[in-house]
Ligand binder design. Structure first.
Ligand SMILES: O=c1ccn([C@@H]2O[C@H](COP(=O)(O)OP(=O)(O)O[C@H]3O[C@H](CO)[C@@H](O)[C@H](O)[C@H]3O)[C@@H](O)[C@H]2O)c(=O)[nH]1
Ligand SMILES: [Mn+2]
Length: 884
């Protein structure tokens, strides 16, 4: 807490005031102690009026404290880290100075190629490094949240949240997994009337529909059980598979009994779901029919009407204990041939609109169907930021890290992504906030509508305003008189982003003034032709407009999920999830940061959400292929962060990071080249550096050490283990030489030839055995490049060593560098090699054939052409030194 700023905000303007307050607080505390003590003494509830007033004061005071706090990384950790970064930068300069002035005379091509690669690596290092300059962590105070918003005897004032679950293919995303996610949502620790769960079914599958119906029924037993015994996690599959001895600390017998009964109930539920799944295996000739005999409207996945079904939260359905349940709503948006549906982003936007009509909560949480709530207080954690009266207003979303279940112990393919989630994202949080990663993220609804972040304004009831802000003063006027718009200074106007020029003042004052300012026509152009949706969209604090009956609302809800609804509107361009990339997440978050919002990274001790990840090599490569492809799509689009959105709220280090997250597929080319160099060197006996001087070896060593040192220090402040770090390094090479490379070409194809990109959903393993999936092998052309690299380098090593044996003692010295270089490639590709071998320690023949073919062709070509070996004319003699 910054006393100068934050205290002023709370109305304690001066330091003297603050001291007085502290003094008062201390006295009150002492008094409270006494009261408590006496209370204990005569066993009594004999608080008199003044005592309870005191108690309330203390509570009120606590309730007024900020709901969260920034924890900067300790200076003793971060300062040495920064020094090393600067040193590394200087050494890098010296390194290039040397490299460029010392070409290899007899292998000029080799030298030039390697230097070009190194320059690219250096650039991408800078893009990656500097956003980590000022990492922070955060702490939340859930008790203060509750003191402030859940006053005893009054209805809870916590803000409502609409929760979105996306699912598309019940075969790859088993209904049991989706059901678990939904159950964990329905049982979340939050007032039930403030939670609504929307499940988007992009596959229009009757299986999903029926599984959801079963889930709703089971929730009536499951939810009261969770709440009664405060169990964690509230996804039954994961709760019951926890390997802990719940009988150890002599738990209540009631609990033991009910747990056993519940476990049986869950088993039965599972049987029902599984039988639904097995029934869904073979499609009847004339399509599916529902239980009441009518044809399932979604029989044609690409051509079906919009469907909405409210499962819970209406008609007085209650749980077994008679309590209300959160709402549960099934939504499958309309699909027609000839209409682009925009994959997940499109599905999310449909949900944004449906939910605006049905519940219109001011906050949204979105999760993938496999990301269940692992910490039932997750929503409260997010609210500690969003509902903070001072800092909350500027926050567009609270992102939680993705954590995973069911990953092999060694995390062979770096599925956990720990380096990204625990180092890079913390770094970003210190700038303008983490990027959005597609799941486990709580949004402010208004931020999704494409508004600008609010500008700082005078806090209400504060005598000593800490900033003077133009817009804050002007607002009062512009509300009453739209004409005043012209008076706005042009500077202020220029900070507004093009698409929003006609919208006054961002989010604030939506309730009161905006409807008047913005004409209905403009709103319709922006949000589409639904008066009900528009009425909901302009309400800053959510809530459903009064006087609407549910039948007409449902009709409107169907209207807003129709396939043509978004035509000629700003959906996907300025509003909602942004279209144009299969990694819609990066783009959507980027747009918000461009509007000046900040996001927050929240890492509760108990992970808030958990999901699954593909653990076999082929699926994993396809996943990173999709991610990289999404990045290339952004790179080549108008939203490319290199060009887009200057003069708006995006901070430059934040921009660096966005640039980094979309140009990384380009690194695959220099990486591939660099990984073939050692083999080339070994085969030709040349090297990328001339035999080096003492000075050069010091620079090289320095670079090496500084690289190691920055990594080690990052691991320290990020609390990442060496193992996770190393997996990340390895996968950087594996992904870089395969998936990223492919993505680059596919992305170019898309732009040049208009080939459409697919969203290949990753299959979420069912509950089958222990990591059997890890050894699953599926042939994919993604495997060719890394395999070739591996074989080339192995051949290189063999050739190099046999050469040295032939040529005697002296040739071992220079060989050393080359061997080291080649080994560097091989150890990075090692997990890949393991993946190729599958379980039986045998590489599938097709790969061996391909790889041997390719590498021998390359080696032969090599001998014929030999382009890197120096050609007299080209040799530059710049330094004139003859080092040996
Ligand atoms: O047409 C589609 C395609 C996908 N999805 C949903 O998108 C989600 C993510 O798909 P998944 O195959 O699990 O992708 P991952 O690579 O695991 O997902 C990460 O990366 C994606 C971006 O590529 C983000 O959308 C995800 O939120 C993020 O978890 C799933 O819930 C799908 O049901 C749809 O709703 N409609
Ligand atoms: Mn996933």
């Amino acid at each position: 807490m910054d006393p100068k700023k934050d205290l002023a905000v709370y109305g304690y303007g001066t330091v003297a005031w603050k001291e007085k307050m502290e003094d008062w607080k201390r006295k009150q505390n002492e008094k409270l102690q006494v009261v408590k003590h006496e209370g204990d003494g005569d066993g009594g509830d004999d608080f008199d009026d003044s005592d309870s007033v005191t108690l309330n004061f203390v509570r009120m005071d606590e309730g007024r404290q900020p709901l969260s706090r920034k924890l900067p990384i300790a200076a003793s950790r971060i300062n040495p880290y920064r020094i090393i970064i600067i040193l590394r930068l200087i050494i890098l300069g010296l390194f290039f100075h040397y490299r460029i002035l010392h070409p290899v005379n007899d292998a000029f091509g080799l030298w030039l190629t390697s230097v070009i690669c190194e320059i690219w690596f250096a650039v991408s290092w800078i893009l990656d490094q500097f956003p980590k300059w000022h990492p922070i962590e955060r702490e939340t105070y859930l008790d203060r949240l509750s003191l402030r918003y859940e006053k005893e005897g009054k209805p809870s004032e916590l803000a409502p949240v609409d929760i979105f679950v996306s699912t598309v293919d019940p075969l790859k995303e088993p209904p049991l997994i989706t059901a678990n996610t939904v159950l964990s949502i329905l049982a979340v620790d939050y007032p039930v009337d403030k939670v609504a769960c929307y499940v988007s079914d992009d596959g229009a599958a009757m299986l999903t529909f029926e599984a959801l119906s079963e889930t709703a029924e089971f929730a009536r037993k499951w939810v009261p059980f969770c709440k009664k015994f405060s169990i964690e996690p509230r996804a039954p599959e994961w709760y019951f598979s926890q390997k802990l001895d719940y009988l150890k600390d002599k738990v209540e017998p009631v609990f033991v009994r009910e747990r056993r009964a519940m476990k049986r109930e869950y088993e039965e539920f599972k049987v029902r779901i599984n039988s639904l799944v097995s029934m869904a295996q073979k499609v009847p000739e004339d399509g599916w029919t529902m239980q009441d005999g009518t044809l399932w409207p979604g029989n044609n996945v690409r051509d079906h009407p919009g469907m909405i079904q409210v499962f819970l939260g209406q008609n007085g359905v209650r749980d077994l204990e008679g309590n209300e349940l959160p709402r549960l709503i099934y939504v499958s948006r309309e699909k027609r041939p000839g209409f682009e549906h925009h994959k997940k982003a499109g599905a999310m936007n449909a949900l944004v609109r449906v939910s605006a009509i049905i519940s219109n909560a001011p906050y949204l949480l979105n999760v993938d169907c496999d990301h269940y709530i692992n910490n039932s207080k997750a929503l409260r954690e997010a609210m500690c930021f969003m509902m903070d009266p001072i800092s909350g207003k500027k926050i567009c979303y609270v992102q939680f890290p993705q954590r995973f279940d069911g990953i092999d112990r060694h995390d062979r393919y770096s599925n956990r992504n720990v380096v990204f989630f625990d180092i890079n994202m913390k770094g970003l949080d210190g700038i303008q906030g983490p990027i959005y990663v597609g799941t486990g993220c709580v949004f402010r609804r208004q931020a999704l509508y494409g508004y600008n972040a609010p500008v700082k304004k005078k806090p209400p009831g504060c005598c000593c305003c800490f900033t003077l802000c133009k817009s804050g003063r002007k607002k009062g006027k512009s509300k009453s008189k739209p004409k005043d718009k012209k008076n706005k200074s042009s500077k202020e106007l220029s900070t507004q982003i093009h698409a929003l020029e006609h919208i006054e003042e961002g989010v604030e004052g939506v309730d009161k003034g905006k409807t008047m300012v913005m004409s209905q026509v403009k709103l319709e152009k922006r949000f589409g032709q639904s008066p009900v949706f528009i009425a909901a969209a302009v309400m800053e604090n959510g809530g459903v407009p009064r006087g609407a009956n549910s039948a007409s609302l449902l009709k409107e809800a169907i209207h807003v999920i129709s396939c043509g609804y978004e035509d000629k509107t700003e959906w996907g361009k300025e509003v909602g999830w942004i279209y144009g990339s299969v990694t819609e997440d990066i783009l959507t978050g980027f747009k918000m940061h461009c509007h000046g919002w900040r996001s927050v990274y929240c890492i509760p001790k108990r992970p808030a959400f958990k999901g699954s990840a593909p653990i076999n090599l082929s699926d994993r490569l396809h996943q990173v292929l999709r991610w990289a492809l999404g990045s290339v799509e952004i790179l080549l689009s108008r939203h490319c962060p290199i060009w887009y959105g200057y003069g708006c709220g995006l901070k430059w280090l934040e921009r660096f990071s966005y640039i980094n997250s979309i140009v990384y597929p380009l690194t695959s080319i220099p990486l591939l080249v660099y990984c073939t160099l050692p083999a080339v060197c070994l085969l030709t006996g040349k090297f990328i550096v001339p035999s080096i001087s003492n000075y050069a070896s010091i620079v090289f060593m320095g670079l090496f050490i500084s690289i190691a040192a920055t990594s080690i220090m990052e691991m320290q402040w990020g609390k990442v283990g060496i193992h996770d770090w190393w997996r990340n390094e390895q996968f950087w090479v594996i992904g870089g030489t395969s998936a990223h490379l492919f993505a680059l070409f596919q992305g170019l194809l898309k732009v040049l030839a208009g080939v459409n990109t697919n969203f290949t959903v990753t299959s979420k393993g069912g509950d089958d055995g222990e990591f059997s999936d890890l050894y699953l092998f599926k042939w994919t052309s993604l495997l060719i490049a890394p395999t070739t690299l591996l074989i080339l380098n192995i051949i290189g090593i063999a050739v190099g060593i046999s050469d040295a044996i032939n040529n005697g003692y002296e040739s071992w010295g220079p060989l050393f560098g080359r061997l080291f270089f080649a080994m560097w490639v091989i150890v990075h590709l090692y997990p890949f090699l393991k993946g190729l071998m599958g379980k039986q320690d045998r590489v599938p023949t097709i790969i061996v054939v391909w790889a041997i073919l390719l590498s021998s062709v390359l080696s032969l070509l090599w001998v014929r052409i030999n382009p890197f070996v120096g050609r007299g004319g080209l040799v530059l003699e710049i330094c004139g030194l003859n080092c040996d």
